[in-house]
Design a protein around this ligand. Structure first.
Ligand code: SDX
Length: 396
């Protein structure tokens, strides 16, 4: 019995760590950040308030929010040398390849915040990473389309500044749409943390060696890229494009047949979850955000959104998915809403990484802040050869 939650002993025997940050009830489809339901945070707070909550355990009051926002805003620029890292990449490099490099490269600049065992360093590197991720993601995007980088703007909100750096050019003013700004801010909140998922566990294990925070977060970026994890939003949208190309709603039955075929490796991307055996609460909120943005933009008849809702409906009535408790996860609708905002598909996972950075850091700092922590050292079940002697070459 820990506070309000009761763990079964079996759970703790498989748990990789104890944490007070995020709680998931996979059977109920419940997600709490520091005790607050994700539904309430997504509706009543903004992303920087959520960052404050994840990092320090409490939602900020007005004064704290002002201070935290100012601190993050004043760290959004990156060292001018960072742009020369990008020149080494091909223009068609995947943004996640660029981000894996850029985030790690930050450790080459911020020597006054690389000692992970120093609480001040941990805090300032957290601020720097949260502040600089939008700048780096937008630089990765501008580099691939051959446009000049846009500097951050201190007069814009966190999400507004990101949209501006992504879509403004020096040639003309870019007006940040409040609808897109709010939608993007909510997307950031929904992706901010998620307990001990693959990339967070990677960050914890990497950081447990005492490496600097930037290198540990770069490891998380690399892990998130995988299509079974953060790469699923890109894969889910490409899956919808494929079905649309094949004929749209009429072809859903054929696609589902392929997924159910034991010999095929085709998965319904954006469906299923290692923990949720019920509807991922973030998927519901993402669908609502999708609805709002598409309606606001007069795209409610968007064929891809219609296709996604039809696919979800059919899947949720199909024995194969029902028996395996496969429901839409956070990635199923996130691609459609990001596409409506104007974000190109290859950037989807980079935006997931941008939002998840605060969760990775909060989890890393929680672990390092515990005086009992040691370097991680998972063991194995050995299934190889028993001991034997080397034979001379002529006898092998
Ligand atoms: C994220 O861990 C986190 O918290 C991650 C995340 C976060 O915020 O950090 O929530 C973000 O990564 C969400 C997941 C995004 N990935 C996808 O949408 C990719 C598609 N999903 C699958 O690859 C899969 O559902 C996983 C990887 C997410 C989970 O895989 P598991 O652990 O194998 O799922 P399972 O044990 O529940 O599967 C049970 C059965 C298996 O079939 P059988 O062996 O019983 O015949 O269901 C099948 C699986 O093959 N299955 C699917 C499926 N997901 C599981 N079949 C078709 N389509 C799918 N999507």
């Amino acid at each position: 019995q820990t506070g309000m939650f009761t763990y079964d002993p079996g759970f703790l025997s498989t748990a990789s760590c104890q944490s007070a940050i995020t709680y998931i009830d996979g059977d109920k489809g419940e997600l709490l950040y520091r005790g607050y339901p994700i539904e309430q945070l997504a509706t009543n707070c903004d992303f920087l308030e959520t960052c404050h909550l994840l990092l320090y355990g409490e939602l900020p009051n007005t004064e704290e929010k002002g201070k935290f926002t100012k601190l993050v805003t004043n760290h959004t620029m990156v060292n001018e040398q960072m742009q020369f890292f990008l020149r080494g990449f091909r223009r068609d490099a995947h943004p996640m390849a660029i981000m894996t490099g850029l985030v790690g490269a930050l450790s080459a600049f911020y020597h006054d915040s690389t000692d992970i065992n120093n609480p001040e360093h941990r805090n300032i590197s957290a601020i720097r990473l949260i502040a600089k991720m939008p700048t780096l993601v937008s630089m990765a995007y501008k580099y691939t389309i051959g446009q000049p980088y846009m500097y951050p703007r201190n007069d814009l909100s966190y999400a507004g500044n990101f949209l501006h750096m992504m879509f403004a050019t020096p040639c003309e003013e870019y007006k940040v749409s409040p609808v897109l700004e709010r939608a993007l801010d909510r997307i950031f909140i929904l992706h901010a943390d998620h307990e001990q998922n693959a990339s967070t566990s990677t960050v914890r294990l990497c950081g447990s060696s005492g490496t600097n925070p930037f290198a540990a977060i770069a490891a998380g970026v690399a892990c998130l890229w995988g299509p079974a994890h953060g790469g699923a939003n890109e894969a889910a949208l490409n899956m919808l494009y494929d079905i649309q190309r094949e004929g749209g709603v009429e072809k859903i039955g054929e696609f589902i047949k392929k997924v159910k075929d034991k010999n095929s490796s085709v998965k319904l991307m954006g469906f299923g979850h290692r923990v949720y055996k019920n509807y991922d609460p973030r998927a519901k909120l993402m669908q609502e955000t999708c609805n709002e943005v598409l309606t606001e933009l007069g795209l409610e008849k968007d064929p891809l959104f219609k296709l996604a809702k039809e696919l979800e409906k059919i899947a949720l009535e199909d024995e194969y998915f029902v028996s395996r408790k496969l429901y839409p996860n956070v990635d199923f609708y996130s691609g459609i809403v990001q596409r409506a905002i104007g974000i190109p598909v290859p950037l989807f996972t980079a935006i997931f990484a941008l939002a998840r950075t605060v969760g990775w850091i909060a989890q890393l700092n929680e672990m390092i802040g515990d005086p009992e922590y040691k370097i991680g050292r998972p063991r194995q079940l050995f299934t190889g050869s028993t001991k034997r002697d080397v034979q001379p070459l002529a006898k092998r």
